[in-house]
Design a protein around this ligand. Structure first.
Ligand code: AHG
Ligand code: MN
Ligand code: MN
Length: 335
C-alpha cells in the first residue's frame, strides 16, 4: 500500500509488535494522544470566532501570562488522558505540580507518565500564526500499584519511550517517535483522520536556516554572537537565511524539513534561556536525534542532563548535526 494511504490508527496497530515491552499500553496511549490532538485542533481552529483568544487573566507557576487557549488546551489534554485511564501521572507546563492519576478500576496499574507543553507558541495565538503541542512519555520508575512521585517525572531524556508534537499550521500534523525514527501524519479535517504523509522524517545533515530571537543579541554569550556573525558572513553557502516564528514546534518542524538550526541560548536576561527541559527540550531532542539531527545546551547532549526540577529551563541548540556542531565549536572557545 502507498504509505500516504496509511492512517495513524493503522500505523499504531502495525507497529505495536516492534515495541520492546509490548502489552498494547503504549499503543493505547498514542491513540489517546491522537484523540487529544484532534480535540485541541478543533479548539485552536475556532480562535477568532469564539471568545478564546487573549489572556486568561492568570499567570502560570513560571510567572508567564496564561492565554485562554493555554488553559483550554491543558484541560483538553488532561481530560482526554484521564478519561482513557491510560497514564498514572501527568506533568504540564501549565500546572504547578504533577498530577497523580488513580484510575478507579486500575489502582495505579498504568506504567506511563506524560509530560507536556499543551500549547506552544502562545504569543502567536491572537495573530493567526501556527502554534503546537508537545508531549513526552516515560515509563514510571517507582513501583506500579503506588501513587507516582516526583522521581517518575525527573528522568533524563534518554529514558523517553515516545515523544512528539502536534503542529496547528496550514495543515494540522502529528509528528512522533517511539525510538524507531520519526513519522509525520497530516490531518484530513473533513474525515478527522491522520494520514502518514511524512514517513521517516530526517534532518538534512546541514542547512541554510538559522532561527534565533536576534532581539536578544546584545545579551547573548560571545560564542553565540560569533556564530550568528558566521551565519551572516558571505562565504561558501553563506549568508544563511534567518527564520524565526517564535513557536518552537513550528521553527523545529521547518528546520527538520529544510535543514537548519534553532537556538535559544542563555543571556544576560535569562541565565538558563527560556525553554523548559522536560516539556520542550527533551521531547524535541529525542525527535531531533531520531531524525539524524542533534540537540545540546551548547556543550552537553540535552537527553543526558539529569533534571532537578519540573519546570527547569535550559539553553537549547537543535537542528542539522553539522550546524549544531559548528555552533558548539564557537561556544567552546569561551568555555
Ligand atoms: P510557550 O508558548 O509554551 O510558553 O513557549 C514559547 C517558547 C517557544 O515556543 C518559542 O520558541 C519561544 O518561547 C519564543 O520566545 P521569545 O519570544 O523569547 O523568542
Ligand atoms: Mn512552549
Ligand atoms: Mn506552552
Amino acid at each position: 500500500m502507498d504509505s500516504r494511504f496509511r492512517t495513524l490508527g493503522e500505523f499504531i496497530i502495525e507497529n505495536q509488535a516492534s515495541f520492546q515491552y509490548s502489552s498494547g499500553e503504549l499503543s493505547k496511549l498514542i491513540n489517546a494522544l491522537r484523540l487529544a490532538a484532534k480535540v485541541v485542533n478543533h479548539e485552536v481552529n475556532k480562535a477568532g470566532l469564539v471568545d478564546i483568544i487573549g489572556g486568561a487573566g492568570d499567570t502560570n507557576v513560571q510567572g508567564e501570562d496564561q492565554q485562554k487557549l493555554d488553559v483550554l488546551a491543558n484541560e483538553k489534554f488532561i481530560h482526554t488522558l484521564k478519561n482513557r485511564e491510560i497514564v498514572c501521572g501527568i506533568a504540564s507546563e501549565e500546572e504547578d505540580d504533577f498530577i497523580s492519576i488513580n484510575s478507579q478500576d486500575k489502582n495505579h496499574q498504568n506504567k506511563y507518565v506524560v509530560l507536556m507543553d499543551p500549547l506552544d507558541g502562545s504569543s502567536n495565538i491572537d495573530v493567526n500564526v501556527s502554534v503546537g503541542s508537545i508531549f513526552s512519555v516515560y515509563r514510571r520508575v517507582t513501583p506500579v500499584g503506588t501513587p507516582v512521585t516526583l522521581e517518575d517525572f525527573l528522568q533524563p531524556g534518554i529514558n523517553q519511550v515516545a515523544a512528539g508534537y502536534v503542529i496547528y499550521g496550514t495543515s494540522t500534523m502529528l509528528v512522533y517517535t517511539t525510538g524507531h525514527g520519526v513519522n509525520g501524519f497530516t490531518l484530513n479535517p473533513a474525515m478527522g483522520t491522520f494520514y502518514l504523509s511524512h514517513p521517516n522524517m530526517t534532518y538534512p545533515e546541514t542547512g541554510r536556516i538559522y532561527s534565533v530571537n536576534e532581539g536578544n543579541y546584545v545579551h547573548f554569550p560571545q560564542g553565540v554572537k560569533d556564530y550568528i556573525k558566521y551565519c551572516q558572513m558571505e562565504e561558501g553557502d553563506r549568508p544563511y537565511t534567518s527564520r524565526y516564528i517564535g513557536s518552537l514546534v513550528s521553527d523545529f518542524h521547518r528546520n527538520m524539513i529544510k535543514g537548519g538550526i534553532y537556538m535559544y541560548p542563555k543571556s544576560n536576561l535569562a541565565s538558563n534561556g527560556k525553554l523548559r527541559l522536560l516539556y520542550e527540550c527533551n521531547p524535541m531532542a529525542f525527535l531531533a536525534e531520531q531524525a539524524n539531527g542533534k540537540a545540546t545546551d551548547g556543550y552537553r547532549r540535552i537527553m543526558e542532563i539529569e533534571p532537578t526540577e519540573l519546570h527547569q529551563r535550559i539553553p537549547f541548540f537543535c537542528g542539522s548535526s553539522k550546524m549544531v556542531e559548528k555552533a558548539e565549536s564557537f561556544m567552546a572557545k569561551y568555555a
